[in-house]
Design a protein around this ligand. Structure first.
Ligand code: AMP
Ligand code: MG
Length: 321
């Protein structure tokens, strides 16, 4: 049995014993282990069935602490850390030798983040090592945003989920790397491109087609429900084209009614992108559990957080069917 509990001391003790604990962050729940423990880190890759070439994000409690793991922080990285930490921004920086190769998949850079969740910050402050914490789901599946999602994925395999309630951001962090000091967005995420540009000026978004994936979040199929899922501009039209199916609808702000619509997840009745983002994965989990024939999601306005939501919906709907 996997215990869902808010017992911080127990979580810390397990981590000190090189075991894994699922931890809450404001983005999604992470499957956490001591970055210096080979046992723990191999355990993360095994439990998630994650390929070893996918590097992990190092989570720590402060910018000051990051200098233990990185060789240099370019000025624009420092500005971004200052603006967004603790928060949903991951910085990819040149690593020191102290960071094990298993964490970085042999790269000479390391991804670091200070998450913005009070319980996890307290946990990180109580430990004398940082935590690697990829999303607490089997590789390729929908990320968990509530303790029960983690429990469903790993019941019996994991001793403890540290209960921090529902994630307030609800999608993964935005990952930013640097080339000659200039920021490049490796993965869209919970901080909008526009918010980053407001701090450091125009940034490039890595073109997936031209580059090999730098981050598994960039693999074309990821974050996917088991139910065949489609992303469309016009939900009504899609429904009419599928008259004999049991359909689940994932809609931004508009209600949809038709006999074939068996479930509707309305992400934000007031059309608030932040609210829609925070509910996205939980809605996908809910629809995926209903044994529907199809899930259809509405494309979001392609600006601000809508761009990040569309990125996840695209990956959830790519290929396979
Ligand atoms: P996850 O925690 O599963 O959302 O994944 C963490 C993300 O950070 C993955 O997409 C990693 O590939 C990415 N990442 C970690 N280290 C690096 C690195 N050195 N360079 C580029 N991306 C990285
Ligand atoms: Mg993940």
């Amino acid at each position: 049995m996997t215990l869902v509990s808010s017992d911080l001391a127990r979580a810390a003790a397990l981590l000190q014993q090189e075991q894994l604990v699922a931890i809450p962050t404001e983005t999604v729940y992470g499957l956490a282990g001591n970055i210096f423990s080979e046992t723990a880190i191999k355990g993360i890759f095994e439990m998630k069935q994650r390929p070893l070439f996918n590097p992990l994000i190092v989570h720590t409690h402060s910018l000051e602490n990051v200098s233990q793991f990185v060789r240099e922080i370019p000025p624009k990285a420092a500005q971004l850390a200052e603006a967004f930490w603790p928060g949903s921004l991951t910085l990819v920086l040149p690593k020191k030798n102290t960071v094990p190769d298993l964490i970085t998949a042999g790269k000479d850079t390391v991804a670091v983040r200070v998450p913005n969740h009070p319980i996890t910050l307290e946990l990180l402050r109580s430990l004398n090592f940082p935590l690697a914490a990829p999303s607490a789901n089997p590789f390729g599946c929908i990320s968990p945003t509530r303790p029960e999602h983690v429990q469903q994925y790993f019941d019996g395999q994991l001793k403890m989920v540290l209960d921090g309630g529902a994630c307030t951001q609800g999608i993964e962090s935005t990952i930013v790397g640097f080339d000659k000091g200039e920021p490049i967005i490796y993965r869209l995420g919970a901080i909008a491109v526009e918010a980053i540009e407001a701090v450091v000026g125009p940034v490039q978004i890595l073109n997936k087609k031209e580059h090999a994936p730098q981050a598994p979040g960039m693999l074309s199929r990821h974050y996917a429900p088991n139910t065949p899922t489609f992303l469309v501009d016009n939900i009504q039209e899609f429904i009419v084209q599928h008259p004999n199916k049991k359909i689940g609808v994932l809609s931004f702000s508009e209600t949809v009614a038709a006999p074939q619509v068996h479930a509707l997840q309305l992400l934000s009745p007031t059309a608030n992108l932040q609210e829609a983002m925070s509910r996205l994965y939980a809605a996908m989990h809910t629809l995926d559990a209903l044994q529907l024939d199809l899930i259809v999601a509405q494309r979001f306005p392609d600006t601000g957080l809508g761009k990040s939501i569309n990125d996840r919906l695209q990956r959830a709907t790519k290929g396979k069917y």
